[in-house]
Design a protein. Structure first.
Length: 584
């Protein structure tokens, strides 16, 4: 519990006592007990109360020994709660309650209702016209463009650290399908920037037992299947080290049937020459001896020329070899050859899968047309289904999940499914494609302001001396979202840990209360379980490593995944954690 959150909870408690005509003169400790406010220590509660007093929101009396009594909530405090802490629903409820009181007192209630929509717009425009216009003087102001070098906001590094730790576990787990992970979010939300922070984390050898070799792949450049496969091979090949290239060259050049035949022909020729020279006249023997060195040189030279012409990593050779004749068999030939070459390349890059992995980051898939998006992902999965490739490769896709879902829905609808079934099957397809994923949550007003401040500071970094920023608590979610914040627990009661046993109990209760739900499958249970674990990891990303979570939040997560009674309210506390953990 941060001191900011504690202050807000104290103000809400006093406000509700004020609205219920209860006395706001109360001992601070008694207020925490009666309203079940959570706090870290008695000192934190006293500091919170003194901070509210200094801000003019409440009045208090302090005693020797640390005891504090709240005497009242000030008018400024009431106004602060109504403007900053109450939701629209709370304000509407208060308004209805006040109206009821007025009616019970016998007074008349006068309500001005605009005659139509145009009157309402006119009233709004009149209010805007009454707003004073401020004039400013300006001057030329050119600054550097801040993009990839922006200072991290919203504690993105903590989120990346959680994702990286989960990736470590996935890399060492046995799976029956390609390890394909997703980074979801709309255009412009920062998926590519998030991956750059993730890449920086993964390249830190001190944080991870596995060594990761990262390859970035822009799939939209080649949207036709054969070219895509070949470009995939080329990209991974160019990203490999010179040692990997040499090992791969040896694998694909010398450890082949062509080389075996080449050596066999050489040995047979040498053997025949020896036999002939032994049983021949001196003249023939002299001719053979004189021709031996030139013949050997020509043979070796032609072999090297063949190797150079047929060297590995040639996109043109692979595609041209099979596209000259059109048949389904030859189409499979492209896949088989590239798959075989890719397997050898990855085996050259990753000798021991328990010590290192290749991460293939596929970006900008959603730049493709809808009809191409599905086939592009399926093409990637097709060539990556090889077990030798799977144990060495992890794929991370950056994509707008709504565009991908829409693409699948369009395809299914065109095949005769109705919209409801298409939507369900599209989500099932994403479950099958992605083993794990994270969505970058929508930003609230506080987070937008934080980014703007950071952007301005970064833009001015060339014009002023750099000063160290004040250290602040790193929390990968917004504490400004207060609706339903922290289900209260008695401050004197020890808070239990949400461990596997309690998670299992919550899941069982959910299954019992949704007996009529026939769409829950073992895959869905696996996905929901790991989503809950990831949400708990995000929640615990504080300096002391202790987070907070509730059974209600777990139920909301399960409802969102199962598409049951889920209200996506950005003002709800920890709604960003739910959105990150349950991407679609």
């Amino acid at each position: 519990m941060t001191i900011k959150e504690l202050k807000q909870n104290i103000m809400l408690s006093l406000y509700h006592r004020y609205k219920d005509n209860k006395s706001t003169t109360i001992d601070l400790k008694e207020l925490c007990v009666q309203d079940n406010l959570i706090f870290d220590s008695p000192r934190q509660v006293v500091d919170a109360a003194k901070g509210l007093k200094d801000a003019g929101l409440i009045k208090i009396v302090s005693y020797i020994g640390g005891k504090v009594t709240i005497t009242e909530i000030t008018p400024d405090g009431i106004e602060y709660v109504e403007e900053n802490l109450l939701s629209k629903e709370d304000l509407m409820s208060d308004g209805l309650t006040d109206t009821t009181k007025i009616l019970q007192s016998g007074s008349d209630v006068h309500v001005d209702v605009p005659s139509d929509e145009s009157d309402a717009e006119n009233n709004h425009s009149q209010e805007e016209s009454r707003k004073p216009v401020k004039y400013y003087k300006v001057h030329e102001n050119y600054k550097k463009m801040v993009d990839a070098d922006a200072t991290p906001c919203f504690d993105v590094d903590s989120v990346a650290d959680c994702f990286a730790k989960q990736l470590d576990k996935i890399a060492t787990s046995k799976t029956v399908s390609t390890r394909m992970l997703g980074i979801f979010g709309p255009w412009g939300r920062g998926k590519t920037y998030f991956f750059k922070r993730l890449k920086s984390n993964l390249e830190d050898g001190q944080k991870h037992m596995l060594k990761y070799k990262i390859v970035e792949f822009n799939a939209w450049k080649y949207q036709d299947t054969p070219a895509l496969w070949a470009y995939l091979y080329e990209t991974i090949y160019k990203s490999s080290s010179w040692i990997d290239k040499i090992i791969n060259f040896i694998r694909q050049t010398f450890i082949t049937w062509n080389v075996a035949i080449y050596v066999f022909v050489f040995m047979m020729t040498w053997l025949v020459g020896c036999v002939v020279s032994t049983h021949s006249t001196s003249e023939i023997k002299n001719i053979l001896d004189s021709a031996q060195i030139p013949a050997l040189a020509i043979y070796v030279f032609s072999g090297f020329v063949y190797i150079l012409i047929e060297r590995p990593a040639s996109v043109r050779r692979i595609i041209k070899k099979y596209t000259s004749r059109k048949s389904y068999k030859n189409h499979l030939g492209i896949q088989n050859e590239i798959e075989e070459n890719l397997q050898k390349l990855l085996q050259s890059m990753v000798w021991c899968p328990t010590k290192s992995r290749v991460i293939l980051y596929v970006d900008d898939i959603d730049r493709c047309p809808s009809r191409k998006m599905n086939s592009l992902i399926e093409s990637l999965r097709t060539v990556l289904e090889n077990p030798k490739i799977q144990e060495r490769l992890i794929v991370i896709c950056s994509i707008d999940e709504m565009k991908l879902l829409h693409a699948y829905v369009q395809e299914l609808t065109a095949n005769g499914f109705n919209s409801e079934v298409s939507s369900q099957l599209a989500r099932e397809q994403l479950d099958k494609l992605f083993l794990f994923g994270i969505k970058l949550a929508d930003l609230d007003t506080t987070q937008l302001q934080e980014y703007l401040e950071t952007l301005i500071d970064d833009s001015n970094s060339d014009n002023k001396e750099s000063t160290p920023n004040e250290p602040k608590e790193e929390i990968p979610y917004s504490t400004a979202r207060q609706k339903g914040a922290f289900v209260p627990t008695n401050a004197s009661e020890e808070i239990p840990e949400l461990n596997d046993e309690r998670i299992e109990s919550l899941f069982k209760d959910y299954f019992e209360s949704h007996r009529d739900l026939r769409t829950i499958t073992p895959r869905k249970i696996r996905i929901m379980y790991y989503q809950v674990l990831f949400a708990l990891s995000l929640s615990s990303k504080r300096k002391n490593g202790d987070g907070a979570f509730t059974d209600q939040l777990v139920e909301i997560m399960l409802n969102k995944y199962m598409r049951i009674e889920y209200d996506e309210d950005i003002e709800r506390a920890m709604s960003d954690i739910i959105e990150m953990s349950v991407p679609y």
